[in-house]
Design a protein around this ligand. Structure first.
Ligand SMILES: [Zn+2]
Length: 390
């Protein structure tokens, strides 16, 4: 949303001004006439019209391996800049994220110091300019709870959040203090308060520091429900959960995911679940009148050559929320964009529908689109109203 904020504010102001019957600013004094009931200064400060729909775009794991760090360094050098530039790799996504009212991302690994080290399996870290690229791409709020949150301990958590703060990105799922952790991530989008909360199934066996269980969020149904309720109490009209969960490389959601989704979406305080972690695309499902996206796939990834091609798939849904009753919002449209991380001649994100239309060489994009559509539909999503964007 970030780049369009100023434009939206101007439009909202124009709309509000045009819709209000405004008394003339400078009236010629007329002793025979009563003063206007509403002073002009009051009429001019009418609040922007409250929206009846809001668009929320969500993307999968920003998961950086050393080969991607090397590409980001090469892209920065080519642009005459120091450090790392991930914006060129992400470029095909930005029209979608910048136009959304809210764009949600997931930072899988801790951010390192500018000089590194930038490491891959089993302990991951990414250059701090990943935060700059996320902000530049139009993201507004990011989840940081993952099985790699504690890869660089407390220092890694703090450095990651400091970098997200530096670029003006909101964050949730890990914290620098008990007080931070107790404050729900609630923010205003076009005048409507929204919350994003985030949890992970594991920290890969790394314990949270003694006495600091608040440093990062583990999945715990009672805790999630209590924190969603606290977000409502803080004024949130929409509560979005980011869940790092599931069985790696498995397109079908596992029983843990389906059970949690049903239980959490039955809670009136929770409106939408978006899932990350398994490195492949998992289905969307409508449960009651709410949606879960079990797994969006890796938005950024560069696994070793010879890895299964479907680990390069991801989906970026655009959810339209409509206010169906005062203060109650429901997803009334789900439009899903398919993406693919091309590895050669250099790593770049590809909009699969556009590549199919344009017969872009290098991969069977029509086949990739069919494959991703198949995964999205494993639990009847299109029949329930979801649309794949072609
Ligand atoms: Zn993960």
């Amino acid at each position: 949303m970030r780049k369009t904020l100023a434009v939206l504010l101007c439009l909202a102001l124009l709309t509000a001004t045009a819709g209000v019957a405004v008394a003339p600013v400078r009236q010629v004094p007329d002793p025979g006439r009563a003063a206007p009931a509403v002073p002009p200064s009051v009429a001019f400060v009418a609040a922007p019209a409250r929206p009846t729909t809001l668009s929320v775009v969500a993307a999968g794991d920003l998961f950086v391996q050393p080969a991607l760090t090397a590409q980001a360094a090469a892209d920065a050098r080519a642009a005459g800049k120091d450090g790392h530039d991930f914006t060129q790799i992400l470029a095909p996504l930005t029209p979608l994220t910048r136009q959304a009212d809210l764009a949600v991302c997931h930072i899988e690994q801790p951010l390192a110091r500018p000089e590194g080290p930038f490491t891959g399996w089993p302990i991951f870290s990414a250059p701090p300019q990943l935060a700059d690229a996320a902000a530049d791409s139009g993201f507004d709020t990011c989840s940081t709870a993952s099985n790699h949150t504690l890869d660089y301990g407390e220092e890694g958590v703090r450095r990651t959040l400091d970098n997200l703060d530096r670029v003006g990105l909101r964050h949730t799922g890990s914290a620098r203090s008990a007080q931070d952790a107790a404050t729900p991530n609630v923010f205003k989008v076009r005048g409507v308060k929204i919350a994003q909360l985030a949890y992970t199934f594991s920290f890969n066996g790394i314990p949270r520091p003694a006495g600091k269980p608040w440093i990062a969020n583990l999945i715990d149904v009672q805790k999630i429900r209590a924190e969603a309720h606290a977000a409502r109490q803080a004024g949130a009209e929409i509560v979005i959960l980011s869940m790092h969960w599931g069985t790696e490389y498995q397109n079908e959601p596992d029983r843990g995911q389906t059970g949690l989704a049903a239980e959490l979406l039955a809670d009136p305080d929770i409106d939408l679940i978006i899932g990350m972690h398994v490195h492949v695309v998992q289905p969307f499902e409508k449960i009651g009148d709410k949606w879960v996206a079990y797994g969006l796939g890796n938005l950024l990834v560069r696994f070793a050559d010879g890895s299964r091609e479907n680990t390069q798939d991801s989906v970026v849904p655009r959810f339209t929320f409509t206010e169906v009753a005062p203060g109650t919002w429901r997803v009334t449209d789900v439009a899903v964009h398919a993406f693919f991380m091309r590895y050669y001649p250099q790593p770049r994100l590809v909009d699969v529908a556009a590549a199919t239309r344009n017969a872009t060489p290098g991969a069977d994009y029509a086949g990739i689109f069919r494959r991703i559509t198949g995964y999205v539909n494993l639990r009847g999503a299109e029949a329930a109203g979801l649309r794949m964007v072609r």
